[in-house]
Design a binder for this molecule. Sequence first.
Ligand code: GTP
Ligand code: MG
Length: 377
Amino acid sequence: PEVISVRELAEKMGEDPNKLIADLISLGKFVTINQAIDFETVSKLVEKYGKVAKLEGAEEEEAILEAELEEAEDKPENLKPRPPVVTIMGHVDHGKTTLLDYIRNTKVAEREAGGITQHIGASIVEVDTSEGKKKITFLDTPGHEAFTAMRARGAQVTDIAVLVVAADDGVMPQTIEAINHAQAAGVPIIVAINKIDKPGANPDRVKQELTQHGLIPEDWGGTTIMVPVSAKTGEGVDELLEMISLQAELMELKANPDKKARGVVLEAKLDKQRGPVATLLVQSGTLKVGDPIVAGLYAGKIRAMFDDKGRSVKEAGPSMAVEVLGIEDVPLAGDKFYVVKDEKTARKIAEKRQELARESALEKEKRVSLEDLFAQI
Ligand code: GTP
Ligand code: MG
């Protein structure tokens, strides 16, 4: 729910509202000066200015605030390197799924005896690089939907976007859309020029076309890494993975694994046998079986956890994606989750959030009916 307009907040902080609007864009929120923003966004925004936001008379929010504060206070010595989280994007049929399948099949470290890899919306692969083995977390969710759903809720999950462009087809509408999404979110793009095994493939034409959209290849004096690949034969895929690892290294991605976990719901569903099942991406801290948790509007306690290969695991650190059981209902993709100190706190926060959600739904209804009323006059 929205708590304060950008204008009012700027006044309270003594800052230029335009500056706050720019900050909000960098947080993935596009708002005007008179638009109101939610508490979580306010918290993040003021954090940049070394301030802490408090909701008057809402002690239930305190636990979340605590989590936000913990995040703000991570000491450099507590930060450890974490794997990059990578989303594969691109136009329809340009080979996103095939590429991911190739990467998974050949690079999955330990394949199960049965060979059936359970689908959990994310794959963690281990890559041999010149600097040893490195993990990469790939999000399976269709790129655009993931970006849109996540960003609608202000969640940023991707560190790097791999843009797949078929060399026999070139830049298409969804290619451009993907570029825009990634750039708006401030996510670096690595281009995989795919299908180079095809007779009609023309990688140079793809580069030329991408140049018109602001992506200049490194070998033409620009800064965008572009790797020719074939998801079918596997040609170039090792180099692509190496480039992803290198890019990740440059970004010095770090998180504190030694605290209560927080992160984002990648997807969730109701399973007839198992009840609500959610795939969570841990962004900081370590998630453990038995942890009391709030995910979106719902409370829970982690009953069981499974990794991307369907194996039962006891804990999951930063950048790991796991399927969890034990949340009382089905949260939405893009919802944030937080481990809190006990189940009672989880329940209190969840109840408060549900109440707020109901109120804002009512507000919306009221507004709509008023508008309808005026429309009829
Ligand atoms: P959507 O999920 O529909 O957006 O498509 P996608 O981008 O996931 O493409 P997908 O992986 O389904 O590939 C589309 C078609 O291209 C399939 O028939 C693939 O077999 C084929 N394909 C993908 N990569 C390559 C490649 O490197 N070479 C050749 N020859 N065919 C490929
Ligand atoms: Mg696909």
